[in-house]
Design a protein around this ligand. Structure first.
Ligand code: PGA
Length: 247
């Protein structure tokens, strides 16, 4: 099958930013967006800054989204944010099951799948994050761990799965400066691709994440099953982020 998947380069700002810093960053993204060429650009901002992202990015080629979503549509869930609320602010994307949510907030793969389902129900595109720890890799358990993380999401059915983006982010490569080699990343992306193809969803985009920078992006993007990047630290400076997209 020919690859018609459009490259997607998405920033995950995590809990960084301020109104002033974001204004500079968003301005830089908008004015430099053409450098991304055919690649699609997106940022996932903290909830309080979604309105700022919308105001700066509406009508540009940069889309925006959030970093988490509730499994519930509404109700007595103090501190939670529903997919409908995100849609109200023009979000296109929402990260589901980032490894920091899994590790620090105990999110299970079943909950991650439920988050993806609630995002889809509101018309958002879930970016489902999966990835193994260093201990998993050392124990040769990568495919087993990624398979277990994917299973509840794949169980949502082919129609749902076709509307997802998957992000493969090895936990040991996030924020550590230690990127997976292009070959290590490609091997896992190919494994995920086969799982998607079994659900007739082979065209779903699979992003790589974990210490992606301008200097290593091109070799990652050269791999046949890497369709873009989910970028943390390097998404906080417009120039570096755009250089990744241009790679
Ligand atoms: P990093 O983060 O690029 O800073 O490693 C990636 C991520 O956690 O999405």
């Amino acid at each position: 099958m020919s690859n018609t998947r459009k490259r997607l380069v998405m920033g995950n700002w995590k809990m960084h930013g301020s109104l002033a810093a974001n204004a500079t960053l968003l301005d830089g993204l908008v004015s430099g967006a053409a450098r991304a060429g055919d690649a699609e650009l997106a940022v996932c901002a903290p909830f309080p800054y979604l309105a700022q992202a919308r105001d700066a990015l509406a009508g540009t080629q940069v889309s925006w989204g959030a970093q988490d979503v509730s499994i519930h549509a509404q109700g007595a869930y103090t501190g939670e944010t529903s997919a409908g609320m995100l849609a109200d602010f023009g979000c296109v994307w929402v990260l589901c099951g980032h490894s920091e949510r899994r590790a620090l907030h105990g999110e299970t793969s079943a909950q991650v799948a439920a988050k993806a389902a609630s995002a889809l129900a509101a018309g958002l595109t879930p970016v489902v994050c999966v990835g193994e720890t260093l201990a998993d890799r050392d124990a040769d358990q990568v495919e087993c761990v990624i398979g277990d993380q994917l299973d509840p999401v794949l169980a949502l059915g082919a129609d749902a799965v076709r509307r997802l983006v998957i992000a493969y982010e090895p936990v040991w490569a996030i924020g550590t400066g230690r990127t997976a080699t292009p070959e290590q990343a490609q091997a896992v992306h190919a494994f995920i691709r086969r799982a998607l193809e079994k659900r007739d969803a082979g065209q779903v985009r699979i992003l790589y994440g974990g210490s992606v920078k301008a200097g290593n992006a091109a070799s990652l993007f050269a791999q046949p099953d890497i369709d873009g990047a989910l970028v943390g630290g390097a998404s906080l400076a417009a120039d570096e982020f755009l250089n990744i997209a241009a790679a």
